[in-house]
Write a protein that binds this ligand. Structure first.
Ligand code: FES
Length: 105
């Protein structure tokens, strides 16, 4: 979890459609930005199981499914809802101002 840092603009609210996510490079860090019914959530692009990328993950409702071994995470919290992962995803704080999305990094 990132505790210090500053908010950096990474996208426009229209860049990611509802029920989808996109990968952004922010300060050399690969970040996935998920749009869940108009709410945005950002995580490090790395599964907590074997640290593999989540770029090809799938979304089912409020669950993000890792493409590698099928671990599932709650999109709102990053918490594990299905093994083999046992640790939550690394989450970034998100704020939306107007049509701009910022994450704290
Ligand atoms: S790397 Fe994601 S479930 Fe194994």
């Amino acid at each position: 979890m990132t505790t210090a840092g500053e908010y950096i603009e990474i996208a426009n609210v229209n860049d990611v459609r509802s029920g989808e996510f996109k990968v952004f490079d922010v300060n050399g860090e690969s970040i996935i930005l998920i749009n869940l019914d108009g709410e945005f959530f950002a995580y490090k692009n790395q599964c907590s199981h074997m640290e593999l990328e989540l770029s090809d993950a799938e979304i089912e409702g409020e669950i993000l499914i890792c493409p590698w071994h099928g671990a599932q995470f709650n999109i709102r919290t990053g918490d594990v809802v299905r093994l083999p992962a046992s640790e939550p995803l690394e989450k970034y704080e998100v704020k939306v101002e107007g049509d701009k999305i910022f994450i704290k990094i």
